[in-house]
Ligand binder design. Sequence first.
Ligand code: NAD
Ligand code: UDP
Length: 339
Amino acid sequence: MSTILVTGGAGYIGSHTCIELIRAGYDPVIFDNFSNSKPAVLARLNRITKRNIPFVAGDIRVKEQLEAVFDAYSIDAVINFAGLKAVGESVQKPLEYYDNNVNGARVLLSVMKERKCFNFVFSSSATVYGEPDSVPLTENSPVKRANSPYGQTKVDIEFMAEELQKAVPDFSMILLRYFNPVGAHDSGLIGEDPRGIPNNLMPYLTQVAVGKLPHLNIFGNDYPTPDGTCIRDYIHVVDLARGHVAALEHCMNRSGVHIYNLGTGIGYSVLDMVKAFSKAIGRELPYRFAPRRPGDVVQCYADPSKARNELGWSAQKNLDEMAADSYNWQKNNPNGYDN
Ligand code: NAD
Ligand code: UDP
């Protein structure tokens, strides 16, 4: 079966994807520098999968470290999750984001080209659509200049992959535009473990639920939406992970540029999320309205029909499962992997 190099595989989405790769018969090799993850995830993954998943410590910006992995394993495809992802931090540290994300992807692609490994799956984001002209977003919706260095690294890496594919037509560039991943594996053994105070909605909600934070601040309740709060397309991370397997199965060794939205197609407001979460924990979750967060788009949700029609993939898990699984992970691991 095929061996898949999973760069950033110790992180939130990468760890869940390794499980689904194994379930589908692939052999993942994890490569990570733990800049935003913990080694403890590896033992948890081995426990869940009853495997000893190969792991190599390294940084995608270091060519020799990647070459050593290609020497040690016969890699058929790479899924690149390795990236920094905090929007606010990227505004403070743009050069670090360009170096880690764009330069890292450049080095990775150069090694893949050298080793004739032509299947590249990239963790892109709905952020490439910027403030949408209309929703739902299809893959043909315009890609815009992003409003943060983080978002722009996604736009730039997509362009770099497309340009490389023109120059080296053997490449299959699989660009997956994620909407808002939430939830956790139902074992409660792995999940999202942000450093410090979470920036994103779901990890913030889970920390309020376990009493680590007093209440949720809802950023803005005067948006032009039915309840005044922003709308997003939240997708269970296990569904998202399965989307990678479906994309590999369909696009591997099929040269070209393949772009898919991975979302549910349903938009939920922040207040909808609070309601679902309150239901999952069996009590009202405390929240307050706060000023708008600069740069927030009003509403963003996918038209997921291309992935459904071409990959035979669609998200299966509903909002209640997303909330329950997020809470289960946080409840069992109030301090994340530092238990
Ligand atoms: P994460 O931070 O949990 O995982 C990223 C992993 O990459 C971490 O384990 C980190 O240690 C590793 N890493 C970072 N830089 C590296 C480098 N130079 N070399 C080796 N390893 C490195 O993040 P995640 O939520 O799992 O996201 C994975 C990818 O998906 C990221 O590229 C992110 O931008 C993208 N994405 C995430 C979301 C989201 O909301 N979580 C949405 C859209 C896109
Ligand atoms: N949000 C919020 N309070 C928080 C974190 C997020 O009200 O503490 C809102 C945010 O304004 C946005 C939605 O929740 O409308 C999703 O935010 P997140 O950062 O998770 O995703 P993104 O905005 O990057 O899609």
